[in-house]
Design a protein around this ligand. Sequence first.
Ligand code: ATP
Ligand code: MG
Length: 837
Amino acid sequence: MKEPKLTPLIKQYQDIKKQYPDCILFFRLGDFYEMFGEDARISSKILNIALTSRQGYPMCGVPHHASIPYIEKLIRKGLKVAICEQLEDPKKSKGLVKRDVVRVITPGTVIEENILDGKTNNFIGSVYFENEKSCGFVYGDISTGELYLTEEYEDGFNFIMNEISSLSLREIIVNDRGYELLKGKFENVYLRLTDFSELEGKEKLKEILGVENLIGYELEDKNLSLKAFNAFYRYLIETQKREITNIVRINFYRKNDRLYLDDISIKNLEILKNVYDGSKRGTLIDVLDKTKTNMGARLLRKWLLAPLIDVKKIKERQEKVLFFYSNRDILERTRDILDDILDLERIVSKVSFGSANAKDLVSLKRSLKKVKELKQILPEFNINSLDDVYDLLDSSIVENPPASLNEGGIIKEDYDERVKRLNQEVEEAKKWLLNLEERERKRTGIQSLKVGYNSVFGYYIEVTKPNLKLVPSDYIRKQTLVNSERFITPELKEKESIILSANERRNALEYEIFVSIREKVKERVKEILELSNTISEIDVYSTFAFVSLEYNYTKPEVDDGDLIEIIEGRHPVVERNVRFTPNDTLIDRNENQILIITGPNMAGKSVYIKQVALIVIMAQIGSFVPAEKARIGVVDRIFTRIGAGEDISRGLSTFMVEMTEVANILNNATEKSLIIMDEVGRGTSTFDGISIAWACVEYLNKIPLKPRVLFATHFFELTELQELLNGVKNYNVSVREYKGKIIFLHKIVEGATDKSYGIHVASLSGIPKEVLERAKEILRELEEEGRRKVQREKPEQLDFFLKEEVIKEKIKRIDINNITPIEAINILAELKKDIEK
Ligand SMILES: Nc1ncnc2c1ncn2[C@@H]1O[C@H](COP(=O)(O)OP(=O)(O)OP(=O)(O)O)[C@@H](O)[C@H]1O
Ligand SMILES: [Mg+2]
């Protein structure tokens, strides 16, 4: 591109742009944000706006008052938008207006309400990978002021992959190593490569928390997370261009303090999104989320992603739910009040960022008023209703202030004497003006004389043409219209300037007072955020109670034992849509360690095994569960292998995905894990499939960890395992034939399925008798063959028929015409070894 001659404006633009090379610079020019050069080319395409040029520079622009949707589009693409404002009033400044960037908006640092979804957090993360195994990780939401830190030393990469997808991170600050590891792994997750070498994180954290050391927060020697925090904080400062004062809720967590749900399980169990269209319909969160506030909705989501494993804590939550459950009247009133409490966290973040206007503070005040009511009906929740903040706001800010902070009308007169005096001055002058019309009509005798106002001339006196001869000599002509003329008088101008200057002074004063009130509120940010914690918890507890009453859930017994016993359990989502048949479950780490569930298609196998996992999750977040009765021995990980999904993005076939997931389960199961496996081995040929499924069950039964397993399968062969292995139990989902039709009873009963059932079903379908007879014959043969092959005494030799295949293959490969006797003997020896192995 040829260098255009630089005007001072373009020079100013370039100087600023140089400091923000990786951002789209929104350069404020009057009422527009303009983009130039490459920025303009990129943005005009994404935003679908016209590309023009200014002095040879490509240029495009968006109106400043409607810029939000444009900014949103750009950051959705992962771009950063640097907002460059005019820092002085162009009317008052001589020459070039001073400009600078006031904030950089990125996908993870948005605070604009119109862009954010109220019910989900907008987290930004920072990860420092020391190597593939160890890393420090931080994530936070600047629109709600919460921050979480953790470290991982064994499984760093997988852990971070999981966190990124379950937290829906869009933007992550990474070091070189992290960049290498995470690059290309996700679509729509934007990595920001940064230098992590400085270590001031610790000092910064101490300062924010106001503590001498970080021991109380378990962070004293967590150097990896402190490094991640350091880069995180620096990025926030760089983008927000001010101190971040609302991040005061800081938590250190460990992967193992909670029921660890990996992203595969979150997906398979349809906790947040369904597998059909990715929406919330038909998910666990959809059933449970009857919260009244956005804060509550966000908390519920967090709880669902991190159920507890500490029995004491689970019981504490249950107690709170029970309180609302058994006090319906209080429950209803609580929910009514919560309806009127706004998103305190996001109001507070605006207060911290200095972007809250008077309407925001009035919202805060109204919410605090509701909090007072809540406190009255819920004395046991120790609500700090911050009455003094309420009083401050109530005494100072009018009920319906304008959105603009520069036009006055914000501060209550009685709050400040000066405002009152200025208002009086204005009022008096206005009264004088009001009477002026009457007075002048009398004085001049012009009955149609009018006093008016316009923005160009200010106040004037208007006289129609026929009456011009009556105009007195002190009138000064200002403007001539078709039918009339407008005049001013010195006195009129004097009063006008009183009004204007008093108005102006009052507006400035009100602004100043407002800012000082906002500062006072800002000093209380920490307490307001604590209050919002309390409110969100109350919202979630009462929601659990509400849902339990509505859907007939019961409080589960939760303990540290191995037993999961569910009487008349239901699938929380499926039962919302069909008449549901409840089912019992009994699983432990002894006699009932592995449940093999068989049954024809559509019988309800998959629903059943998922229902157990969902009930466990619900119990461990403190909710009641869809069952007559339940006892849950706490689970620390839920593994799922469900459904036939391919992962085209990672280039894995259906079967490869299945096997990778199975491998993950076998390698990482713990003694407190619950494993849900649906049709493992279906993705390949029958014999391979059966062998793999068989070997998995054997392995899970053999290892001393003895994790609890629910295994749904079409392979009836697996039901033989019950007799071979201690701890394996057969169940099937019963169906019944009635008047020539099959009725799905959806009832889980002990024992294996009747194997001839498939052909039985076929016989009902009109298939010729001859074909059916032949099918039965084949079935008998296959069954006998199967029995011969699977040797009961030595079940570990199931790979027998695999071995047979291997040996056959080796013999086939021998090229009889081209083999030396020595080679022949070697092969023979190898084959013999194969057989004896
Ligand atoms: N306990 C139940 N009560 C009522 N309806 C049920 C129950 N369990 C399952 N169903 C219904 O049956 C349908 C099929 O259930 P599910 O998907 O679990 O069958 P499946 O045995 O896994 O079948 P396939 O072998 O084809 O995978 C469900 O979509 C649901 O509508
Ligand atoms: Mg199924």
